[in-house]
Design a protein around this ligand. Structure first.
Ligand SMILES: Nc1ncnc2c1ncn2[C@@H]1O[C@H](COP(=O)(O)OP(=O)(O)OP(=O)(O)O)[C@@H](O)[C@H]1O
Length: 299
């Protein structure tokens, strides 16, 4: 397969992401690439992505290949391209806050994705707006949005040995303001961690601010280590929204609700089905306007 690399979409901890176009089919896709010798995390990501083919709420992986660039071997994973960027971009485009009716719909999508991920024995471990990608879709001829979970670089795989938990006590998985108390206190990595992170994301969508507000990293660390407090639930949310968040923020992770049980709560179960009105055409055209620096890749 040959493709043209069109532009750099961003740099993550484990690789660089490019927009690419197939020279055979003219289809756009994203390529995440790293030096072959440093590609173990990317290989793990591919392994996990490939467990969820055709899942609407998880980014699709089309495969992988090894290429040679400037004499250096590169490992590439080929991913479905998200032309609207991440949930972070979507929040910015909405002026920071998202309407609760839309938040309910997005939360339902994320729960469905988590349900698949957890039922296969995985824990994402780094759920946050930057790792949730936004795709345009059409529903009954109207523009709508589909959220999909991406970036499995820190995920826990089924059967992963955590018997050396004590050794890992101070090597936290995730991004601090989305971490759960038990993951910080006891390096306890279970699906309940992702549910806590989801609660933090719901607060961020509703308020336009990260869940713990202005805490510096030391204050945040103390709160999580003491483990007796959860982020403040916005006063102006509906009662069903508050109820939902309380279940995401059960301090005892064994009591925290699962993705499947949360899907039955009114906040998401009764979420409005009509398409979210968005000007996807405008957003998409701005994404394609800056196609630069084409590089031809062949493998
Ligand atoms: N499939 C994709 N389509 C469009 N953009 C993508 C895609 N995958 C990743 N990106 C963008 O590429 C950039 C790098 O993504 P990546 O997942 O490698 O790292 P990250 O999440 O930004 O950082 P980290 O790996 O440190 O958590 C981000 O801006 C992300 O939004």
């Amino acid at each position: 397969m040959k493709w043209l690399r069109l532009k750099n979409l961003g740099q993550g901890s484990y690789g660089t992401v490019y927009l690419a176009i197939s020279t055979f089919t003219n289809e756009l896709f994203a390529v995440k690439n790293a030096n072959l010798e440093d590609s173990s995390t990317l290989q793990k990501e591919r392994r996990i992505f490939e467990r969820f083919p055709g899942t609407d709420e998880v980014v699709e992986c089309y495969g992988y290949c090894v290429s040679k660039e400037g004499g250096v071997l590169k490992y590439n994973i080929l991913l479905e391209y998200a032309p609207m960027g991440s949930l972070l971009n979507l929040m910015r485009d909405c002026g920071g806050r998202i309407l609760e009716s839309h938040v309910r719909k997005y939360t339902k999508m994320l729960l469905k994705g988590l349900s698949c991920i957890h039922s296969s024995g995985h824990v994402h471990c780094d759920l946050k707006p930057a790792n949730i990608l936004v795709f345009p879709r059409q529903v009954d001829g109207l523009s709508d949005i589909q959220l999909k979970i991406a970036d499995f670089g820190l995920a826990k795989e089924p059967g992963e040995d955590d018997s050396d938990k004590l050794f890992h006590m101070y090597q936290y998985r995730g991004t601090p303001c989305y971490m759960s108390p038990e993951s910080v206190q006891f390096a306890e990595i279970t699906p309940a961690l992702d549910i806590w992170s989801l609660g933090c994301i719901v607060i961020e969508m509703i308020t336009g601010r990260v869940a713990w507000g202005n805490l510096d990293s030391k204050e945040l660390f103390n709160k999580l280590v003491y483990g007796n407090e959860s982020p403040k639930i916005p006063e102006y949310m509906s009662e069903s929204g508050k109820d939902f968040l309380r279940r995401c923020f059960e301090l005892d992770h064994r009591e925290r609700w699962t993705a499947d049980t949360l899907l039955t709560r009114p906040f998401v179960d009764d979420a409005p089905l009509q398409p979210v009105e968005t000007n996807t055409e405008e957003l998409l055209s701005s994404c394609f306007a800056c196609v630069v620096n084409s590089v031809l890749c062949e493998n």
